[in-house]
Ligand binder design. Structure first.
Ligand SMILES: Cc1cc2nc3c(=O)[nH]c(=O)nc-3n(C[C@H](O)[C@H](O)[C@H](O)COP(=O)(O)O)c2cc1C
Length: 209
């Protein structure tokens, strides 16, 4: 095993200055997101979603950002999964993007709610058939005794079959009230710009790295 103490990178690719940022964080997000998306070498829309359920224990996993609208960030999942149970108890959550290639991190906090059933149906119907079948057969986050059971369930469906959205599958939207944009800089003097919502405006400040 290598000694991690010597793993050290100097970040020098970009900078984040007050003079150049948008006054609205969603606009700033879109600028960085577009740059990440334009670089097709990684999944820019993969984000870490963190929730806290009844036990008070944070729980994180990657989900895919599927739409950005003025109200927030939309992703899709199973409404009976661990994350869904956490969210039913406590709808405060965070999403995090780490774009190593750009030496950037974005942390977003807010409250999550389900999107409309119709919007979930529309998106489900647009998915590839195999993904639809995958969603139908998976009791996400429940124990399964073998992989074979899942494969057998999958094989019962065929590619020409109409698949209806399962009722326990759908979208959530995170409505943000705080954003932090982190840009790695030389000598660990990184840029950190925070937007905090205050009634109808955004308060912007810089944090120590
Ligand atoms: C790159 C990547 C993308 C993923 N996208 C999703 C997604 O969009 N929705 C989803 O439910 N799970 C997605 N997953 C799986 C989740 O990380 C997780 O295993 C699953 O949602 C169960 O989480 P939970 O038990 O905490 O509810 C993805 C995983 C990875 C690594």
């Amino acid at each position: 095993m290598e000694n991690l103490h010597s793993f050290r990178k100097n970040y020098t690719k970009n900078q984040l200055n007050e003079a150049d940022i948008h006054s609205k964080p969603l606009q700033q997000f879109k600028v960085w997101f577009q740059e990440a998306v334009n670089d097709a070498s990684f999944e820019a829309n993969a984000m870490v979603l963190s929730t806290v359920g009844k036990e008070g224990m944070p729980s994180s996993r990657v989900v895919l950002l599927k739409e950005i609208i003025d109200e927030g960030f939309i992703f899709y999942t199973n409404y009976k999964s661990k994350k869904a149970k956490d969210l039913a108890y406590n709808n405060k959550a965070s999403i995090l993007f780490f774009w190593e290639k750009f030496e950037r991190q974005i942390r977003i906090e807010g409250e999550i709610e389900k999107i409309s059933e119709q919007k979930s149906i529309n998106y489900f119907n647009s998915r590839p058939k195999a993904s639809q079948i995958g969603a139908v057969i998976s009791k996400q986050s429940e124990e399964v005794s073998s992989r074979k059971i899942l494969e057998e369930k999958f094989e019962k469906y065929n590619e020409n079959q109409e698949i209806e959205k399962p009722k326990d599958w759908g979208g959530y939207i995170l409505k943000a009230n705080k954003y932090e944009f982190w840009q790695g800089r030389a000598s660990r003097i990184h840029d950190r710009i925070v937007y905090q919502q205050e009634k109808n405006s955004w308060n912007i400040k810089r944090l120590n790295p």
